[in-house]
Structure formats: C-alpha cells, structure tokens
Write a protein that binds this ligand. Structure first.
Ligand SMILES: Cc1cc2nc3c(=O)[nH]c(=O)nc-3n(C[C@H](O)[C@H](O)[C@H](O)COP(=O)(O)OP(=O)(O)OC[C@H]3O[C@@H](n4cnc5c(N)ncnc54)[C@H](O)[C@@H]3O)c2cc1C
Length: 431
C-alpha cells in the first residue's frame, strides 16, 4: 500500500530553500520603449545572460511572468556535476564529444568560481556524487564507464554493491559510480546572488510580466507583453521547462516540459543523517524516471526528489510517492516527518542534450533543454549568449549541434502518459 507522508505541524507546500532566502524583486517600473536586449525568463540562464550583457555596458531587461528567480532555478536539488543527462561514454560518442564534455567541466568549475567572482556565498560543498545502479546491467556499464573516466583523467570509481552500502547504508543498488569532482549548492542563494549581480551592473529585472508574442521587425523585434509593447535589437528566450509552445513554436516543438518534485524532511538526529549519507554526497539513481537525494547544506534534513510522472500531477501526490521511495531506500527514515514539498518544471529534449544557439529563420537566441541537470549549464549558457550579444568571441561546442524536435506532439496528455509507461518499461529492463 502507498505510504502517506507524515507532516510537521508547520508543513508548507513551498520550496525548503525559500525559508532561508528572499529572492530580491525590483519594484515595477514602466517598461522602456526600446532596449538593446530583452531576455524572456528570469532563471539562471536569463540572469547570467543579463549579468554579462549589462556589465559590458549594453541595456538589457529581463522579463518573467512570475517572480524573478522563482522557477526551477531556486527550486532545484542544488546538485552540480560535470556532464548532463547523458553519461560520459555517450558524450564521447558524439562528434566533438570531448569538447562537449570539457565544456561541461568548465561550466561546473565556473559555478564554483562564482562565489569569488560575485562575492556571494551559496553553500558550495564539493563532496562528490554517486550514481546508483538500479539494475545489474547498468552496474556492468558503470564498471566500463569508470575506466572511461580514468582515460580522460577524471577522478571516478566504480563501487560494487557492498561499497555502495558503505556510501549510503542501503542494499537496494547493484553498484554505483562515484565522481569526486561534483558539488552541492544552495540553489536559491545562487539565484539571489545572480539577481544582485545583474542588478548591480545595470540590468532591469521585472517580474509579473508575461511575454505574449515576439514579432520580427525590419530592425530587431517587438515584444508584446502583459504590460505593453517593447522594441529591442535582440531577444533571448530562456524559459526552459516553462517554454510556452506558442511563443516561439520552433522552440516549443523541441522541449518536453515535465514536473520534478522534492520533499525536505524535518531536522533529523545527526546519527540518522550519517546513516543515510555518511560523506554528504549527492545521490541519484540511474532510472529514466529517477530519484535524487542529498542532505541539506547544514546536514540536518534529507532532501529527496524525483520525476514521479511525465503526466501532470500534484505536489501532494508526488510528496507521498517520494516519501514512499525514500523509505524504501532508507527504511530507518520511516516516521520522519516532511516539512516542505514542492515542484518545478524541467525541459527534456529528444537527444537528451541541452541546446544553445540562434534560430536561423527568426534570429532569436535561445538556451534551454537541460533535461533536469541544468544548474551548471544554464549559468554557463546564459553567460555564453550574453557574451555573444556583446560581440565577444565566446564559443560553445553545443552551438554547433542540430536540435531535433520531440518526435510527437509533446503537449498531448495521453502521449505523455504513454511515454511515461515507456520509460518505466525501459527502467525495468535497465535500459
Ligand atoms: C525540482 C527540481 C530539481 C532539480 N534539481 C536539479 C539538480 O539537482 N541539479 C541540476 O543540475 N539541475 C536540477 N534541476 C534543473 C535546473 O533547476 C534547471 O535546469 C535550471 O534551473 C534551468 O534554469 P533556467 O533559467 O533555464 O529556467 P528557469 O529557472 O525555469 O526559468 C525560466 C523562467 O522563464 C519564465 N517564463 C516562461 N515563460 C515566460 C513568458 N512567456 N514570459 C515571461 N517569463 C516566462 C518562468 O516563469 C521561469 O521563471 C532541477 C529542477 C527542478 C524543477
């Protein structure tokens, strides 16, 4: 029978991260008639782009339909690692695969360096991550993968089932891959730091402003927004898992928008926290519909997340499913109460790689499709497009890749449900 999560008396359905951080919001100002660059979406991608553009002296406005920074960028698990949704061997099998991989490593290190660059703290904790094999077939693949990591000089180790037990005190996995480089962050502190940096260098950030249309003009673009029209020379669309399929249909056909959910427990006894995660690592399993978990930066709570369904669902239903999954892996947590539960939107792509570039026909610049692993790459892509738009010669190996559309209409509910079943079957087979 499905478990129902016990709740703390002060339980709320809102991100745990928001308890510790107020995302700074600028007071509404009249929209300027014209601006050099308009950025649609005020998450890591849009904020990093705006920061680069404004510090180079160009006018930039960031428009978000919600509060600035309130999307996935302040709701995520704060697990930062090189690579992306694809594993190292899949990266290396691509044209320019080594370049792509090295760019993800640079993106990862770039996040670590932001603390000094911006003079902010966001609980950067370099503790490594473990990918936990949910199927013997995956564990065998991880053994080979560990050798591939070594061949490129990246520190990683295959863990057999008994090593895994030493890492997470659970016997549910068939093996694991430990990657030492990875880190944890406090995602909302990171978002707040980017808001402050962009604002300090002159970017205008406006929440509660929905972009309803982007029309090309003989020179530049006209944006129709919920607060009036705006002319600009360049547009960056940075809406990732919240991409409106009608705003720029070409982009809308290329991302599959799905929910990812998390719970945060009440503070637990230090010995209990240690029994779950003795080394403070970031964990995720290897399923397509995966679970991911870690300790809060203060080491006192278990933060457990996952894609509970491809179809639309609720925070309440996801909370109970996640609680059941957490207790299955760590039975000693049964009875620990949940204090916060929340969800956010991620963007999957057909090739499971993220994409950055300029659309050939419309000239619109975009960066999105992080497939749920976007903390490092969203900030990196945002900075890359920001520098492009300031005429600085910044390259991304990802920009050379073509971007296939999702091969079926991604918004049709029964097709999404069907894809969810397909993922479950693949997970059962270890594919
Ligand atoms: C629960 C959860 C856990 C995650 N965990 C991890 C993790 O541990 N590690 C990791 O690497 N990644 C993780 N991710 C993914 C990561 O958070 C994202 O890849 C990253 O934040 C994407 O940033 P973004 O700026 O592109 O998008 P977002 O932060 O989602 O920002 C997009 C913004 O666009 C706005 N918008 C959309 N349409 C319009 C419009 N028409 N007009 C105006 N504004 C608009 C939205 O309101 C939103 O604020 C997680 C995501 C979620 C939801």
């Amino acid at each position: 029978m499905a478990l129902v999560a016990p709740l703390t008396p002060d339980y709320e359905a809102r991100p745990y991260w928001w308890d510790e951080v107020d995302l700074p919001q600028a007071a509404p100002v009249p929209l300027p008639g014209t601006v050099d660059v308009a950025v649609v979406g005020g998450g890591y991608t849009g904020l990093a782009a705006a920061w680069e553009i404004s510090r180079a002296g160009r006018d930039v406005i960031v428009l978000d339909r919600d509060d600035i920074g309130a999307g996935a960028s302040s709701r995520n698990g704060g697990m930062v690692h090189p690579g992306g949704k694809r594993d190292l061997s899949e990266f290396l099998a691509e044209p320019s695969g080594r370049q792509l991989w090295d760019e993800t490593v640079a993106a990862f290190e770039g996040v670590g360096a932001l603390g000094t660059e911006l003079g902010i703290g966001f609980d950067w904790q370099r503790r490594g991550h473990v990918e936990l094999a949910h199927h013997p077939r995956v564990a065998r693949h991880q053994q080979a993968l560990a050798a591939t990591y070594s061949s490129i000089g990246e520190e990683a180790r295959f863990l057999d089932a008994s090593d895994v037990r030493g890492e997470i005190g659970s016997g549910r996995f068939f093996g694991g891959l430990l990657v030492e480089r990875s880190a944890g962050v406090h995602p909302a502190k990171l978002a707040a730091g980017l808001v402050r940096a962009a604002t300090a260098s002159g970017a205008v950030l406006q929440g509660a402003t929905t972009v309803l249309g982007v029309d090309r003009r003989s020179q530049g673009y006209e944006l129709e927004t919920s607060r009036g029209a705006l002319r600009c020379s360049e547009v960056v669309v940075a809406t990732n898992g919240t991409t409106d399929r009608r705003l720029v249909p070409w982009l809308g056909r290329r991302v599959l928008r799905i929910g990812s959910y998390m719970i945060a427990t009440e503070p637990v006894d230090p010995d209990l926290a240690t029994s779950v995660n003795p080394h403070g690592r970031m964990f995720f399993d290897t399923k397509n519909l995966l679970h991911y978990w870690r300790l809060s930066p203060d080491g006192r709570r278990i933060l457990f997340g996952g894609r509970t369904s491809l179809s639309p669902t609720t925070v309440e239903r996801s909370r109970d499913l996640l609680y059941g999954a957490m207790v299955k892996v760590h039975p000693q947590l049964e009875g620990v109460r949940v204090g916060r539960a929340w969800g956010g939107q991620v963007a999957l792509t057909a090739d499971r790689f993220p994409h950055v570039g300029r659309h050939r026909d419309s000239g619109i610049v975009y960066a999105m499709g992080y497939c749920g692993s976007g903390v490092a790459l969203s900030i990196h892509f945002g900075r890359v497009v920001g520098r492009w738009l300031c005429g600085l010669d910044d390259q991304s190996a990802f920009a050379a890749r073509s971007w296939p559309p999702v091969p079926w209409p991604a918004h049709v509910p029964w097709l999404l449900a069907g894809a969810g079943v397909g993922f479950k079957v693949r997970d059962a087979l270890g594919r």
